[in-house]
Design a protein. Structure first.
Length: 82
C-alpha cells in the first residue's frame, strides 16, 4: 500500500498494517468478533462494519500488488516490478 493510501485509511480511523497480510486478517477477525456480539449497539456495529470494510479494501489492494509482482516475474526468475 502506498504511503498516501495508508494515510487515507488512517484518516478514516483504521490503520492498515504495512508489515503483513496476517496482521490485517487478525484485525478483520477482531472486527467480526465484535460484530457477532449480540449486545453491540447499532452505532457501534456500523463503526465496526466501516472499519472492517476499510481493512478489506487495504487487504485487497495489498493482494493486488502482490499478484502484479508475481505476474512480473520473467522467465529467468528475475522480478520486474512496475
Amino acid at each position: 500500500m502506498s504511503r498516501n493510501e495508508n494515510m487515507e485509511i488512517e484518516e478514516l480511523g483504521t490503520q492498515v498494517p504495512e508489515e503483513s497480510l496476517e496482521d490485517i486478517f487478525k484485525l478483520i477477525e477482531d472486527v467480526i468478533d465484535k460484530l457477532e456480539d449480540p449486545d453491540i449497539a447499532i452505532e457501534d456495529a456500523f463503526k465496526e462494519y466501516e472499519s472492517g470494510m476499510k481493512l478489506l479494501k487495504g487487504c485487497n489492494d495489498k493482494l493486488d500488488r502482490i499478484e502484479k509482482k508475481v505476474l512480473a516475474v520473467s522467465e529467468n526468475g528475475e522480478l520486474n516490478e512496475f
